[in-house]
Design a binder for this molecule. Structure first.
Ligand code: GLN
Length: 342
């Protein structure tokens, strides 16, 4: 399905000039439809059940979305199906911590080194005493502690409101998933108390966990995620509303950490094969950013052993190779490769 901004207009301070022609849009749509058909019958992996509410996901769901920084949107499959953002909230929360507290203070609470460990590993970097990075749970809980507010609902509301601006529509928390995570998230509680013991977070541990669990329980669909990614890629401005959502000077830090740590202990393979700053979540979503050009997202709830969506990885790999998205591709042209078709 293809959508465009009304009149196909480029927002006034858009940073790019290569709006796609309708013909090119159709070619792009064909490629996305082809990727959807190629992988929709892949049935490997398993839906996450350690958060009981996530186990209710339909394993057949499979959606793809690509959003350009000019606001054009291309979709396939279950692109409008909602799911909780889970760990894909982490880069955005990190961005907000950097904006609210500055780089120096934020980095006192969380590092930027890949951990090579699972997302829920209960450990700190032995060299620095901090969580390895903001993309694993320990780092994300440290970040949640920095951006929480008093009362705690205010911090959650502020997060959801900003994410809504990045998505271009009002977003909300899935209260059942939030309750499910709160009831069963003992491992995250263990991580949070480890952080308290190490002096990384303050005594308001339940509040930090509330912020973290609520962020993870925010509902999005593929289009929201692709738009949020395109907002990062569009120097922090939403591609359609043109609202300034994020401080563009800090986005490079967030993208760098996504690139090196966004897929946990698969991050190295991801950088090798797909080559995009990206983030996955246990609900089965993955999003990636092609700087100054595109946001891409895939949703499919069956996960591999690292907790990444099986069909998500396959589809992103193919999108990247079809469109030349890899940051270090020989031509490094990203979506402007499509201009060659003209
Ligand atoms: N809320 C999940 C957790 O803390 C997020 C994990 C993920 O998406 N990888 O376990």
């Amino acid at each position: 399905m293809m959508e465009t901004t009304p009149g196909n207009e480029i927002p006034q301070n858009s940073t790019t000039t290569n709006a796609l022609s309708p013909w090119l849009g159709l070619q792009l749509q064909k490629i996305i439809d082809g990727i959807y058909k190629k992988y929709r019958d892949i049935d490997d992996g398993a839906v996450a059940t350690y958060i009981p509410e996530l186990g209710k996901a339909n394993p057949k769901d499979f959606g793809i979305c690509l959003a350009t920084v000019e606001g054009q949107v291309y979709t396939a499959g279950d692109w409008d199906k909602e799911f909780t953002i889970q760990s894909m909230c982490k880069p955005f929360a990190f961005q907000l911590a950097l904006e609210q507290h500055g780089t120096e203070k934020t980095l006192k609470h969380v590092g930027v080194e890949p951990s090579g460990e699972a997302f829920n590993s209960i450990e700190l970097d032995p060299k620095s005493g901090r969580p390895f990075n903001p993309m694993v749970n320990a780092g994300a809980i440290a970040v949640a502690s920095l951006i929480k507010q008093s009362p705690v609902e205010a911090g959650v509301d502020a997060f959801v409101e900003t994410m809504g601006k990045a998505a271009g529509r009002k977003l909300r928390i899935d209260q059942s998933v939030f309750a499910s995570e709160t009831a069963t998230g003992h491992r995250n509680r263990a991580i949070a108390y480890l952080l308290l013991n190490a002096g990384i977070i303050d005594e308001e541990v339940p509040q930090s966990l509330h912020q973290y669990f609520a962020q993870c329980s925010m509902l999005v669909n593929c289009k929201d995620l692709a738009m949020m990614a395109a907002t990062l890629g569009n120097i922090g401005n939403h591609p359609v509303t043109n609202e300034r959502v994020f401080d563009f000077q800090l986005i490079k830090h967030v993208m760098a950490v996504m690139f090196s740590c966004g897929l946990y202990d698969y991050a190295g393979n991801w950088a090798f094969e797909v080559g995009l700053p990206a983030k996955s979540g246990v609900s089965g979503g993955i999003f990636g950013v092609v700087n100054r050009q595109l946001g891409i997202s895939v949703y499919s709830p069956k996960l591999d052993a690292q907790g990444n969506s099986v069909r998500g990885i396959l589809a992103c790999r193919e999108l990247a190779s079809h469109f030349g998205l890899h940051a270090f591709d020989f031509s490094n042209v990203g979506s402007s490769f499509m201009q060659w078709l003209l």
